[in-house]
Design a binder for this molecule. Structure first.
Ligand code: ATP
Length: 439
């Protein structure tokens, strides 16, 4: 019997390990299922996803400012935000196989998905997802701190600081990218759900009467961002939450969902949070968290629209969307059709062979490109195999230095998608690469 083709999921997990995108963390100690390390290629992909988010949310706007708040926080923050009381998932244990599950993620709430037995699950108990630790040399009450389970609270507790220093007024936003931690009951699906992950969140503060308008605006804006970076429209959808899914403070939430190999699942949530967060922090801290509109001579608590995305999850979705296989000269060619802005390397310099005469010129070309783009340099193995490797890691352009280069000072530029090649003088290689990449 022919072997079944591996699923896209297995193919991506394998590619990530083999090429150096993502490694299971602590692998030499047997691994640690709920966290992952980003390797030499993954670190670029993840950084590029975060940079593109920052570029569209902060750099290209004049109504959003950035922030980088602390990961550790005192219980007071989480008391006010409601996380201490409510940031829980319903946990059930299987009396038969002892596995633990999240009740709200089970297809059949009476059947254990691990052993298949019915009627073996315990009553659900609420399990708080925050990681608790202690600060300073003395343990115990008073020293307790929490690792943030979302970056959002950093924006709310700094609302006043930012308002006073940034010369912004509603409508304006505060954006942050960084690590968050959740003691997930069932981490899984590779980097989709981990206990340590990265988020890209923005809190947009608006006059209360304009909240619905801005909520709709951000839903559209966020969908457009994924599409602008090459996410196929048929793999992306915006799903408004049903009334019974909404958090108690939200008057509207929509999820941006991607068609993962296991079905539609969340990349980002866009929520209309009303005045909930600022009111809670004002109540608990005693600080006024309001805006005084001088023109209208009125004081109000801004409402908040929050687009909250996962960077690590989104990087994996872009990888899955970009993966392609095709037949070229009776051979399988694997191509990651990543948008050039997301590709780990924008360009690779490949001397035709490892012969010494080629090295100085190849290195000269490398030095011309490096100040502009992340550039790879690879001189071992046959050129065909090196092209295939660059295709498989998504490098949009390769520049080949051959023996003719030594006479005519021209190089070959090859495109990943079309495999077309053009010959250009070394003096024009930077302009050619810029024109082809578009930046
Ligand atoms: P879920 O229902 O999947 O647990 P959530 O709705 O609680 O997620 P939010 O609190 O809205 O998630 O977080 C915003 C984004 O952060 C999510 O859309 C997701 O991309 C990312 N995220 C949340 N939890 C995790 C996790 N454990 N691992 C990786 N990314 C995560």
């Amino acid at each position: 019997m022919p072997e079944a083709a591996p699923s896209l999921f297995d193919t991506i997990v394998n590619l990530c390990k083999r090429r150096g995108f993502v490694f299971p963390s602590a692998e030499i100690y047997g691994g640690f299922r709920s966290t992952y390390d980003y390797g030499p290629l993954g670190v670029h992909l993840l950084r590029n996803v975060k940079n593109e988010w920052w570029r569209s949310m902060v750099q290209l706007r004049d109504d959003v400012v950035g922030l980088d708040a602390a990961i550790l926080g005192p219980p007071a923050i989480w008391e006010a935000s409601g996380h201490l009381a409510n940031f829980t998932d319903p946990l059930v244990d299987c009396r038969n196989c002892k596995e633990r599950h999240r009740l709200d993620k089970l297809e059949d709430p009476d059947t254990c998905p691990s052993c298949g037995k019915t009627g073996t699950l315990t009553e659900a108990r609420q399990f708080n997802l925050m990681f608790k630790t202690h600060a300073g040399p003395v343990e115990g009450a008073g020293a307790e701190v929490y690792l943030r389970p979302e970056t959002a609270q950093g924006m709310f507790v700094n609302f006043k600081n930012v308002l006073e220093t940034s010369r912004k007024k509603p409508p304006f936003g505060i954006a942050q990218v960084g690590k968050s931690f959740r003691n997930e009951i069932t981490p899984g699906n590779f980097v989709f759900r981990t206990r340590e992950f990265e988020q890209m969140e923005m809190e947009f503060f608006v006059p209360p009467a304009d909240a619905t308008k801005w909520y709709e605006y951000w839903c559209q804006e966020r969908m457009d961002w994924y599409i602008s970076l090459g996410m196929p429209e048929d793999k992306l959808r915006l799903r408004p939450h049903e009334a019974d899914e909404l958090s108690h403070y939200s008057s509207g939430t929509s999820d941006v969902e991607f068609l993962f190999p296991w079905g539609w699942d969340e990349l980002e949530g866009i929520a209309n949070r009303g005045e909930y967060d600022l009111v809670q922090h004002a109540k608990h801290s005693g600080e006024k968290l309001e805006f005084f509109d001088q023109a209208a001579n009125e004081r109000y608590v801004p409402h908040v629209i929050e687009p909250a995305a996962g960077a690590t999850r989104t990087a994996m979705a872009f990888l899955m969307a970009a993966y392609d296989e095709e037949e070229v000269n009776d051979e399988k060619r694997v191509v990651l059709r990543l948008h050039p802005r997301l590709a780990p390397f924008k360009v690779a310099v490949l001397p035709l062979s490892k012969k010494e005469e080629l090295t100085p010129t190849a290195r000269e070309v490398l030095r011309l490109l490096q100040p502009h783009w992340q550039t790879d340099y690879d001189e071992t193995q046959a050129i065909g195999r090196r092209y295939r490797r660059q295709d498989e890691i998504g490098t949009p352009l390769c520049v080949t230095v051959d023996f003719d280069t030594l006479d005519d000072r021209a190089v070959t530029v090859r495109e990943r998608d079309s495999m077309e090649q053009v010959r250009v003088p070394i003096d024009e290689v930077v302009d050619t690469v810029r024109a082809k990449l578009g930046f």
